[in-house]
Design a protein around this ligand. Structure first.
Ligand code: 2AM
Ligand code: CA
Length: 264
């Protein structure tokens, strides 16, 4: 499949960092049994991947700004373009050898996402989208699922864990959603949850307290697959609020109706 020069830059960067993460995943499987555990190793893997992405993306597009999970904002001379990058989304999965993690690269122009790539090197699934040109999984055009009722839908969420999140609110959300859906899932990598919504595998996804780099690429991939992405209010910007709800127009609206009143 022919891609634009921009998408080719993003694909190349994602694949190089992906090879590095995949090698590191193999190493982690050995380290699992060591006493110290692989946590320090993972943090190195993460930093190494971010460094590669920073190098490749800034070499190809000098001057663009770069926001990464590890290094924060590095401003460039071109104030209108910013890469928003998570070198390893799903860190806890990676640390445990669970092959549900990804590199996420988004490009923002004047505050609007114009391109996104999400790549899981463990299974070689690569999702991409460019504004106005559709969303793809390994060259196959994506479209969000068509289900209109929550009762037929499989929905994913994020869950609080030790040291992070609002447990009471999360239990209230689950209490409302669980009895209404065909299935609830928790995969642990927000970028891939959004990619799964774009691919029609999941009918919807919501999570609170995320960062822009968890959602930047996912936002344009879901939108280009015909889905809706917002914050908990239903019409707000998830990259600004850190909360996200996505799905087709029907499931997105159903989720907003249930979740919006709960956080008040
Ligand atoms: P990460 O794996 O890159 O940390 C899991 O619920 C999702 O939340 C993952 O996409 C995870 O990204 C993201 N997340 C955002 N902020 C987090 C934090 N402070 N701790 C753990 N996960 C976080
Ligand atoms: Ca992340």
């Amino acid at each position: 499949m022919l891609h634009s020069a921009l998408i080719n830059v993003m694909l190349k960067a994602a694949r190089r960092a992906g090879r590095s993460l995949k090698r590191d995943l193999g190493e982690i499987e050995n380290l699992q049994v060591s006493l110290k555990g692989p946590a320090n190793f993972v943090s190195l893997a993460d930093k190494r991947a971010e460094q590669m992405l920073l190098e490749d993306l800034t070499k190809a597009r000098p001057g663009y700004g770069f926001v990464g999970e590890e290094g924060g904002l590095r401003e460039g001379q071109d104030k209108s373009h910013t890469w928003i990058v998570d070198p390893l989304d799903g860190t806890t999965n990676f640390l445990h050898g669970i092959p549900q993690f990804a590199i996420s690269i988004g490009l923002q122009r004047e505050g609007t996402m114009i391109a996104g790539v999400i790549y899981n090197p463990a299974n070689d699934e690569l999702y991409l989208a460019e504004r106005g040109k559709g969303a793809f999984l390994n060259d196959q055009r994506l479209r969000v699922a068509g289900r209109r009722k929550l009762a037929d839908s499989v929905v994913a969420c994020g869950l609080p864990h030790i040291g992070r999140g609002d447990f009471k609110l999360s239990l209230a959300e689950l209490g409302e959603i669980q009895p209404k859906v065909a299935g609830l899932r928790r995969f642990g990598a927000a970028a891939l949850d959004m990619a799964f919504v774009a691919a029609g595998r999941l009918d919807g996804f919501w999570e609170r307290n995320l960062q822009a780099w968890d959602m930047a690429a996912g936002q344009i991939i879901v939108r280009e697959a015909g889905g809706i992405v917002s914050g908990i209010e239903g019409d707000d910007d998830p990259l600004k609020t850190g909360d996200v709800i996505c799905g087709n127009e029907f499931i997105h609206a159903e989720l907003v109706k249930i979740l919006k009143p709960l956080g008040k």
